[in-house]
Structure formats: structure tokens, C-alpha cells
Design a protein around this ligand. Structure first.
Ligand code: C2O
Length: 546
């Protein structure tokens, strides 16, 4: 194992997209940001210098951060923000993970432009459990805003309404020809040779959209997700939620095919009650260089609200559960939680200026078990390390909704939310099960829930009401997929299990940034174990102060 060092200079840079030029926050002047490559077992040190006129932090999305919570990065959870002119070195090891992850800013909506791939290769000499691809290509799906995303969310929070939607979906930062004539020059082109196999390291870095992904005339073989291998399966269309990653093999046609190029396409999957961008964005899979983009054969994509297609796709994921890559699924659980997850409306509090443009003159809020998360003013991990909880957090996040939750498909009457920085304290090594149930208070909607500090096993899922008696018996405890982000299905539920063996404070939140801004988050406070190697080490000396 080696130590790999990177330097991130956060600077403003001028970029042109959709024929408009804008100054955006970047890492080292690049958009998307630099690719990080490590091997499993390596130490990674990323020295960040903040040279923009805003706070920033970085999160290594999906990295387990075993006893290195100080490097996890969510602002006000594991650290105070890095202020303008300040620096901080993220220092952590990659343990027991291989595949594709990514990094992104974790302050406000800065991740709109501050993101990049994090590739974890197996240890030297250890092969992939699938045929070695001829080439590997990171492909980051994103969203481009013509406006400043910071202004977009600030305005939404002030008025209590929904934010403006983005102006384009992007492939490695490029929108492609669907948007306007001059954006055709900004098309991602992947040149392939007949018969060769390519591994696409896919990341959904979009702020607020789950995406369908397909390549015309080509089948995709999924071999990994969220830096865990899966039993390979083929699919014509993938579904990838914000935060999720997928390693996918694509074999080019054996002989030069009839068309010199085929469309790589993304389109949104949503049941949102608000507006969204329903464009199909395209990139080019080219057998000949600089192929014409006009008349590019397009793949057939499901309708934007095809929840059945999403469920069918999700059902394919199984972990390898082999001797070399065993599935360590907890068979029994110490603590069971049921979280009702959804959007709601909040009476216009007086601290909100403006007119409250949410439903019926209220403002939008999002919650788990009717608690809308309030970002603290200081780092929860720091408060925990010093055992100074008073005025920062309360250890009373509810294990169940305040009223018995009954999913009926129509709005239940318990739509109120309370606000607070409430956490669930856990003893070291507690085995946890969480059933996440979509409440559909403002209409059915799926929520990609992301847990920091852990991978979890997805042991069950279904539509309608979770039924503790019947559904638990049907859990997959043999080869469930291991992930760090899972969508709570539209009008349904998903059950996850993990062992709380990583001490620290770990946020679990919806990876739709607008829902996170509306409070769809909670945190687990995992206490130290009795042994020295079960304790959270002290903070690094350069950790930012609030
Ligand atoms: Cu990818 Cu808390 O985030």
C-alpha cells in the first residue's frame, strides 16, 4: 500500500456551456475536477486550499472512513467549513472497497461544479472478478445551471418554494447537441474500436435528478455498484440515482456497424410534484472520429415516471457473496428503526422573508419521522469528541414516526414537521436495521438516501406499506447488494442493515440537494468501543474551527 497525495486548489474559473460564459468554483481550474486514482489499502492525502469567496468542504462519497471521521467532509457534521483563504488536509485510508466512487463539495450547493471521480483499483496483482476491459472510462453525469446554483437555493429557501431547475444534463461536464446549436461543440465523444470492451465508471453527480442511462444498439453489463462487486447482469437501460456509482461493461460491435456513431443518452426518472427538466441529453459512442451528431440513433428510454422499469432494474442487484468477496449480512438485529421519509409543508415561520411559495402558502420542508434536520452552527463530531452536546444536538431522534404510519397512497394527516438537530446514539457494534418508507405526503416520490461512514446491505424492498410480519420473512440475507446510496422507491419501502462498527457522527440524507436543503437528513452518533482500536482518534491539528 502506498500514500497518494493530491492538491486541490479551489479557484474560480471561466467556463462556457450552452453558449453562455460564467465564472464557477473549480478544483485546479478544471470542470469536472481531477480524477483521483488509488489502490485498495492505500492512504490518500488531499491538501485543500480554499481560494474562493465562499466556504467549502469535500466529501469522499462512499469511502467508509474507518476511524477517520474527521476526513469525511460534510460541513457542520464532521468539520467546520474551510473558510476563504484557509487550508485543510483530508487524510484517510481506503479499506475493503474497490470500484468507482467520487468526491464532491459538501457545503450548500457547491457540488454543482465541484466534483470528480475517485477510482479504487484492486491491490496490485489482484484481478477483477470479470474479464479485464480494454479501456476504463470515468463518465460523470451531472447538471448544469446557467444561474449560480448558490443563488438558486438561497432564493428557494427565502421564498419557501421550489428552486429553479437546471438547464442541462451533462456527460463529464458537457451538455451535448440537444440543447442548442452551439452546444453541439460541447459533446462528450467516446471513441471505440470493434470488438473491444470498455468499462464505464458511471457516477450520477446530478444535484436533483435520478437518471435513466442507455446506449443505442448496445447492451450494458453491470459488474459493480458503489465500490462493491455485483453478480454481473445485463440491461438495456440503467437507473442511477444521485450519489450512486456503477461499473458497467460495454462491448463494441464485432465489425464496424452501419452507423458511425450511436447516442449515449440520459433522461430523468421522476414523480416530482414540481417542475423538472425532461430533456434527453446525448453523448456520442463513435466508431469513426468526429461522427455527425445529426440523426444519431437514439436508445429507447422508459417514460420519465416509469416506476415499474425502475423496480425491475433494481431487482437485479446481488452481491458476489463468494469466498473471496463474502457478504457479511447481519442475520439478527439489535435495533430496528422505521423512518417515514418524505416531503411536507411547514407553516411559514416568521424568520422566512417573502411570501412562502410552497403548497397553500406554506413553505416546503422535508423530514424523516416528521423531524426536519437543522444544520448546527458547529461540527457535531467536534461536539461529540468533547462530549459537549448541550445547545448543539439532542440524542432523541425518534425510532418510529410520531403517529402510526399507514401508507394509503393519499396524504396522511400527520404532515407536520418539527425542526431540530436530533441524532440516534448507538453503542459500538450495534446491528442496525432501518426500514425507509416513502410517505408520499405531497405525492409519491423516490428519495436516494445516502449513509456516510458505512456500506449497508439492501435486504428487502416493496411497494405500499411495509408489513413487518410478512416482508421481514422475505428478506434476502444471502447475497443482498452492498451500497452507500439507495432509493426509497416511489410509494414503497426499502430495508437496509449495517453494523455500527465505525465510531463517529454519520449523516444519512437524501442525495437530492434540494431535499437536503429542506431538512431530509438525520445523523447516527456511534460511540467508541472499549478497545483502543475501536475509538475515534483526536482531530488533526489543521481541522477548521467554526
Ligand atoms: Cu455524496 Cu453527504 O454526500
Amino acid at each position: 500500500a502506498r500514500t497518494r497525495r493530491y492538491t486541490f486548489n479551489v479557484t474560480m474559473a471561466t467556463v462556457t456551456r450552452l453558449c453562455a460564459t460564467r465564472s464557477i468554483p473549480t478544483v485546479n481550474g478544471r470542470f469536472p475536477g481531477p480524477k483521483i486514482v488509488v489502490r485498495e489499502g492505500d492512504r490518500l492525502i488531499v491538501q485543500v486550499h480554499n481560494n474562493i469567496n465562499n466556504n467549502v468542504t469535500f466529501h469522499w462519497h462512499g469511502v467508509r472512513q474507518v476511524r477517520s471521521g474527521w476526513a469525511d467532509g460534510p460541513s457542520f457534521i464532521t468539520q467546520c467549513p474551510i473558510r476563504p483563504g484557509q487550508s485543510y488536509a483530508y487524510n484517510f485510508r481506503i479499506i475493503g472497497q474497490r470500484g468507482t466512487l467520487w468526491w464532491h463539495a459538501h457545503f450548500s450547493w457547491l457540488r454543482a461544479t465541484l466534483y470528480g471521480p475517485l477510482v479504487i483499483l484492486p491491490p496490485l496483482g489482484v484481478p477483477y472478478p470479470f474479464p479485464k476491459p480494454d479501456r476504463e472510462v470515468p463518465l460523470m453525469l451531472g447538471e448544469w445551471f446557467n444561474a449560480d446554483p448558490e443563488a438558486v437555493i438561497r432564493q428557494a429557501l427565502q421564498t419557501g418554494g421550489g428552486p429553479n431547475v437546471s438547464d442541462a444534463y451533462t456527460f463529464n461536464g458537457l451538455p451535448g447537441p440537444t440543447y442548442n446549436a452551439c452546444s453541439a461543440g460541447d459533446t462528450f465523444r467516446l471513441r471505440v474500436r470493434p470488438g473491444r470492451t470498455y468499462m464505464l465508471r458511471l457516477v450520477n453527480a446530478a444535484l436533483n435528478d435520478e437518471l435513466f442511462f442507455a446506449v443505442a444498439n448496445h447492451t450494458l453489463t453491470v459488474v459493480g455498484a458503489d465500490a462493491s462487486y455485483v453478480k454481473p447482469f445485463t440491461a438495456a437501460t440503467l437507473v442511477i440515482s444521485p450519489g450512486q456509482t456503477m461499473d458497467v461493461l460495454l462491448t463494441a460491435a464485432a465489425a464496424t456497424p452501419p452507423s458511425p456513431a450511436y447516442a449515449i443518452a440520459v433522461a430523468p426518472y421522476t414523480n416530482t410534484v414540481g417542475t423538472f427538466d425532461n430533456t434527453t441529453a446525448v453523448a456520442a459512442l463513435e466508431y469513426a472520429p468526429q461522427a455527425a451528431l445529426r440523426g444519431l440513433p437514439l436508445p429507447a428510454l422508459p417514460l420519465y415516471n416509469d416506476t415499474g422499469a425502475v423496480a425491475n432494474f433494481s431487482a437485479n442487484f446481488r452481491s458476489l457473496a463468494s469466498a473471496q468477496y463474502p457478504a457479511r449480512v447481519p442475520r439478527t438485529v439489535d435495533r430496528k428503526f422505521f423512518f417515514a421519509v418524505g416531503l411536507g409543508a411547514d407553516p411559514c415561520p416568521s424568520r422566512v422573508n417573502g411570501t412562502c411559495q410552497g403548497p397553500n402558502g406554506t413553505r416546503f420542508a422535508a423530514s424523516m419521522n416528521n423531524v426536519s434536520f437543522t444544520m448546527p452552527k458547529t461540527s457535531l463530531l467536534q461536539a461529540h469528541y468533547q462530549r459537549r452536546y448541550s445547545g448543539v444536538l439532542t440524542a432523541n431522534f425518534p425510532a418510529m414516526p410520531p403517529m402510526t404510519f399507514n401508507y394509503t397512497g393519499t396524504p396522511p394527516n400527520n404532515t407536520f414537521v418539527t425542526h431540530g438537530t436530533r441524532v440516534v446514539p448507538l453503542r459500538y457494534n450495534t446491528t442496525v436495521e432501518v426500514v425507509l418508507q416513502d410517505t408520499s405526503i405531497l405525492g409519491a416520490e423516490s428519495h436516494p438516501l445516502h449513509l456516510h461512514g458505512y456500506d449497508f446491505y439492501v435486504v428487502g424492498t416493496g411497494f405500499g406499506n411495509y408489513d413487518a410480519n410478512n416482508d421481514t420473512a422475505k428478506y434476502n440475507l444471502v447475497d443482498p447488494v452492498q451500497r452507500n446510496t439507495i432509493s426509497v422507491p416511489t410509494a414503497g419501502w426499502v430495508a437496509i442493515r449495517f453494523v455500527a462498527d465505525n465510531p463517529g457522527v454519520w449523516i444519512m440524507h437524501c442525495h437530492l440537494d434540494v431535499h437536503l436543503s429542506w431538512g431530509l437528513a438525520m445523523a447516527w452518533l456511534v460511540n467508541d468501543g472499549p478497545l483502543p482500536n475501536q475509538k475515534l482518534p483526536p482531530p488533526p491539528s489543521d481541522i477548521p474551527k467554526c
